[in-house]
Design a protein around this ligand. Structure first.
Ligand code: CA
Length: 244
């Protein structure tokens, strides 16, 4: 298991929850640092360089959003936010600030462990692929050098904006991208009022790269938040056999 021995910083001020997370993480082979304070979390982060941060948004001193912002300004270490139910706004703001994912409270430990594995795997792949120009995700191949895109071995013609959107998705695969982040990355300062355009480009891209555009397996919609590009599609054969 590649993530074995990874260090997780748990930032959670509810002692029972923090304790349960710590015990489960240790039982699954992780090293754990834990604090209930946002300020101490930043100090621990700077000192210990954890591989991943589990971050509660409601802390007694600094807000979790501020902790997220400060960590992201110096590091790309995965951050998974623990958000209270009905705090949709904070959750989306945390993602906009660069958090990688969220788990809504109350949550099952198994769900948290699964999200941690996904985030760590994505980080490892980014490290490994940072020098490679060809990305393969299930039936899809994106050649970042030549800007060619293949689906099941057949070349697909994309417009410049469709290609840019796909490039953003595959570079951040497995990570939750809010609509605001996608707008910013696609159009920067001129992204104002282009939400509808984003939906149109996502639909067009699905038509071109999804074997079944009506049942997306690559570009997944996360209701109320944005999109997640799958990084769990491994078997191209499964796609082939599903095509009629
Ligand atoms: Ca709390």
């Amino acid at each position: 298991m590649a993530s074995l021995g990874a260090t997780v910083l748990v930032v959670e001020d509810e002692p029972e929850l923090a304790g349960a997370l710590e015990r489960s993480l240790i039982a699954h082979g992780y090293q754990v640092l834990s604090t209930g304070s946002g300020q101490e979390a930043l100090e621990l982060f700077a000192r210990a360089h954890p591989d991943l941060v589990l971050l509660d948004l409601l802390l007694p001193d600094l807000s979790g959003l501020e902790v997220c912002r400060r960590i992201r300004s110096v590091s790309s270490t995965p951050i998974i936010v623990l958000s209270v139910k009905n705090s949709e706004h904070d959750k989306v703001e945390a993602l906009d600030l660069g958090a990688d994912d969220y788990v809504a409270k109350p949550f099952g430990i198994a769900e948290v462990l699964a999200r941690i594995r996904v985030a760590l795997r994505r980080m490892e792949r980014q490290d490994r692929h940072s020098l490679e120009e060809r990305l393969r995700i299930g039936p899809l191949v994106v050649d970042l050098g030549s800007r060619r895109v293949l689906v099941n071995g057949r070349e697909v013609a994309l417009t410049p904006t469709e290609y840019e959107l796909l490039r953003i998705f595959v570079m951040h695969r497995g990570k939750l991208l809010t609509r605001q982040m996608l707008l910013q990355m696609l159009w920067g300062a001129s992204s104002h009022d282009r939400m509808h355009s984003l939906h149109v480009y996502v639909a067009q891209l699905r038509q071109k790269i999804e074997p079944r555009p009506g049942e997306p397996r690559l570009i997944l919609t996360i209701p109320g938040v944005g999109y997640r590009f799958s990084d769990e599609v491994e078997a191209a054969g499964e796609f082939d056999s599903r095509q009629s």
